[in-house]
Ligand binder design. Structure first.
Ligand SMILES: *Cc1c(COP(=O)(O)O)cnc(C)c1O
Length: 357
């Protein structure tokens, strides 16, 4: 007997394609003479690598950055594989052979990786120079190594550690990156992530590498780049119930009603990335109101602890809301970061696999 597909859980992550396109356009424009690429690692910052890559590619983006070759493989059918840069580089001989065979570009982060890449046949690659963040990357003192002369370098890049602050480290790193550019000839030069673009032309080189801002994150308060919200989280109210004075809600009874209340149980929990940080703190909005311009949605507070698969909200502000209706989670990245203490990066990449996208 044939079984139908099981229905997906009632939670969805709406990704705004127009926002993705507009964000890339604006970041590209603010990159001045440089062109903007797109960092789509970690499954497109949690939003879905294929969907976001397609949007950026159609907007005109020609340079994509992923962490691992396996992430590159996901988007390789959608774009020219030669436009995919694998940031962690070849991690083994097999990895080098795979990257060469699929015609992607590894970022060479060490002399060992340079040797692995040359042994696999070489071909166009990028180089990451460490100018002060001390994560991956060749040390400035290694740049004279004869092994590097044998590489066909497309992009010479470095990565800023403090681009989201006004730190003297930025200028120190920029000077070292310029030194490296003078030492190693390359087709493109690249330094700026999302926050780095706002540091101005001197930081742009010929190619910028925004990630966070493409997906709606705003890393610097003084940024003049117009960035639109990309992700909307919505979930179903599975049950509506009435509670009395003195009744408590959720694990450890952290909320106790001071008056009779109508509450809703929402199909969303920390397993979906809606963390316990939102317990007694988060808010949701009635989606019906969002379609009606005359109806200002009233924020519906999260009551008590967020559980693994559900969260309870106060329905006082939504007397018409019924079981089966949907609510939208307030998840403005900047505000959410300020009230949760998490970074905008974490808030995005957290969003779980249970959402239909
Ligand atoms: C992730 C990453 C980026 C993108 O950074 P954002 O801060 O998200 O804009 C750029 N370059 C490198 C090397 C990265 O790892």
């Amino acid at each position: 007997m044939m079984h139908a597909e099981p229905p997906s859980p009632p939670l969805r992550l709406e990704i705004s394609r127009p926002s993705l396109v507009a964000n890339w356009w604006n970041l590209n424009r603010h990159s001045g003479k440089a062109r903007a690429g797109a960092a789509v690692k970690a499954n497109g910052y949690g939003l879905g690598a294929e969907v976001v890559t397609k949007a950026f590619s159609e907007a005109g983006c020609r340079d994509f950055f992923v962490a691992y070759s396996s992430e590159g493989a996901v988007i390789a059918p959608l774009v020219d594989p030669a436009s995919i840069s694998v940031l962690h580089g070849p991690l083994s001989a097999e990895d080098a052979a795979y990257i060469a065979a699929t015609r992607m570009r590894p970022v060479i982060n060490s002399l060992r990786q340079a040797a692995l890449w040359l042994e696999a046949g070489g071909g166009p690659c990028d180089i990451m120079v460490d100018t002060g963040i001390n994560r991956l990357g060749l040390a400035m003192t290694e740049l004279g190594d004869p092994l590097l002369e044998r590489l066909n370098v497309f992009t010479l890049m470095s990565h800023l550690s403090c681009a989201d602050e006004d730190s003297p480290t930025n200028e120190v790193q920029r000077r070292r990156w310029l030194e490296a550019c003078a030492q190693i000839p390359s087709r493109d030069t690249s330094l700026a992530n999302s926050a780095g673009i706002s540091l101005g032309e001197a930081y742009h080189g010929t190619l910028t590498r925004p990630g966070l801002s493409l997906f709606g994150g705003i890393p610097r308060d003084d940024s003049r780049i117009c960035i639109f919200k990309v992700a909307n989280l919505q979930a179903m109210v599975m049950q509506v119930r009435k509670i009395d004075v003195g009744d408590s809600i959720g694990y450890n009874a952290t909320f106790t009603a001071g008056c009779p209340m109508r509450i809703g149980v929402v199909a969303l929990g920390y397993a979906d990335g809606y963390l316990r940080a939102w317990s007694d703190k988060g808010t949701m909005l009635e989606t019906k109101c969002l379609w009606n311009p005359r109806h200002q949605p009233f924020p519906l507070r999260v009551l008590g602890r967020v559980s693994m698969d559900m969260t309870v909200i106060d329905l006082t502000g939504a007397p018409d809301l019924q079981e089966g209706d949907w609510v939208e989670v307030e998840y403005d990245l900047r505000q959410a970061a300020a009230s949760s203490g998490l970074s905008q990066y974490e808030l995005l990449t957290l969003l779980g696999s249970r959402f239909s996208r």
